[in-house]
Design a protein around this ligand. Structure first.
Ligand code: SF4
Length: 362
């Protein structure tokens, strides 16, 4: 066996952390089997082998109006566009009711930087949802970048905005809008979407407010290996500093259709290798999630590459507009996991509150 690989394997077996250089080496030189082997070792610290958890969820896009103009986005419409929208509460309630009827109970809200929507709008919307559904459902209220935008638009600090949202019944602000947490990447593609420092500061404030959050990443644009590693290091450091504040990490893939940036999709194999690298690198995040939304059946192969959890998404206009296809046959998706040798367990809503560094053997 290659000397460097042997050193890394020995370190991982001893529960030692791999370095950024080790990660770069693994990405460039390790075989798929070596990545699976290492990722399985780290996964086994947190979860039973051959068991995976999942949620049935729907992303509800409450507005498509956005002034951030990210060049990779296929979803946004500028203010006054004919097909721009802000959904009514009745429309949103109907979307929630539809998924509840299918047995789902988890929702993500995602929109854009809409100059008409201040914090009061969000507090009213999420307060109404909490009032109507109580604890029978849970939801990711908005992404971190939407939070920062709405706070600034409302001329208040992020922590003031969080306090208003918390009083309205919000418990989660998801780590969406991260894409690649590297300022060089953000300057190229989404210069209005805040710097890494601004993003991470807001995420710190979410935890300080007593709310929950997650980490996400999107790969497959034109990001370099260095930029990907910037992202991984930023997330791991944040998780150390906040003693396990991030519940989970989810990576998905860029869809290059109907937008300014264009390009091609990365291969299924590249996604799986990335997933494994993340599992190996993140020795401090228990929940590593694989993306059914952008990878369909391939996502379930990701369970072998270190992931332990996944969403079965019912809808997400943002990725669907960019080329994602949604499979609504839950049994079919679960069967892909079973074919890979995994038993699947529906993740109870209460589990969403468990801190990520706790060992959770399910
Ligand atoms: S990715 Fe989000 S922030 Fe960027 S343009 Fe699209 S909706 Fe706006």
């Amino acid at each position: 066996m290659n000397k460097r690989l042997l050193e890394i394997k020995n370190a991982v077996n001893k529960r030692e952390r791999i370095s950024r250089d080790d990660a770069a080496w693994l990405w460039q030189h390790a075989s798929n089997d070596d990545l699976i082997d290492l990722a399985s070792t780290v996964r086994a610290r947190f979860h039973n082998a051959n068991t995976a958890t999942y949620l049935l969820m729907r992303i509800i896009n409450y507005t498509n109006i956005c002034v951030a103009k990210c060049d990779y986005c296929s979803f946004y419409r500028l203010p006054r566009a004919k097909d721009g929208y802000v959904r009514s509460k009745e429309y949103i309630f109907q979307k929630i009711d539809e998924l509840i009827a299918e047995g789902g109970e988890f929702f993500g809200f995602n929109g854009g930087f809409n100059p008409e929507l201040k914090i009061e709008y969000y507090a009213d919307l999420f307060g109404s949802i909490r009032e109507r559904y109580g604890d029978s459902i849970e939801f990711y209220a908005m992404t971190i970048v939407e939070l920062i935008y709405a706070a600034r638009l409302s001329k208040m600090s992020v922590s003031e905005a969080l306090s208003i949202l918390k009083n309205a019944g919000v418990r989660w602000i998801t780590g969406g809008g991260a894409e690649v947490l590297s300022d060089s990447f953000r300057k190229r593609h989404s210069p209005l979407k805040y710097t890494v420092a601004e993003y991470m500061q807001a995420q710190k404030e979410i935890l300080a407010a007593g709310m929950k959050t997650t980490a996400t990443m999107v790969i497959g644009f034109d990001e370099t290996l260095d930029e990907r590693l910037d992202h991984l290091e930023t997330v791991r450091k944040f998780q150390d500093e906040t003693e396990g504040g991030l519940f989970s990490f989810l990576a998905w893939t860029y869809k290059p259709y109907n937008n300014e940036l264009g390009g091609n999709e990365i291969s299924a194999e590249e996604y799986l290798r990335h997933l494994a690298l993340c599992r190996i690198f993140f020795d401090n995040i228990a929940f590593i999630r694989t993306s059914v939304l952008t990878q369909n059946a391939n996502a379930l192969r990701g369970l072998k590459y270190g992931a332990n959890d996944f969403d079965i998404p019912w809808e997400d206009e943002v990725t669907q507009k960019a080329g994602a296809t949604i499979e609504k046959d839950v049994e079919k998706i679960l069967s892909y996991a079973h074919e890979e040798g995994f038993k699947t367990i529906r993740r109870p809503i209460a589990l969403n509150s468990i801190r990520s560094t706790q060992t959770l053997k399910v």
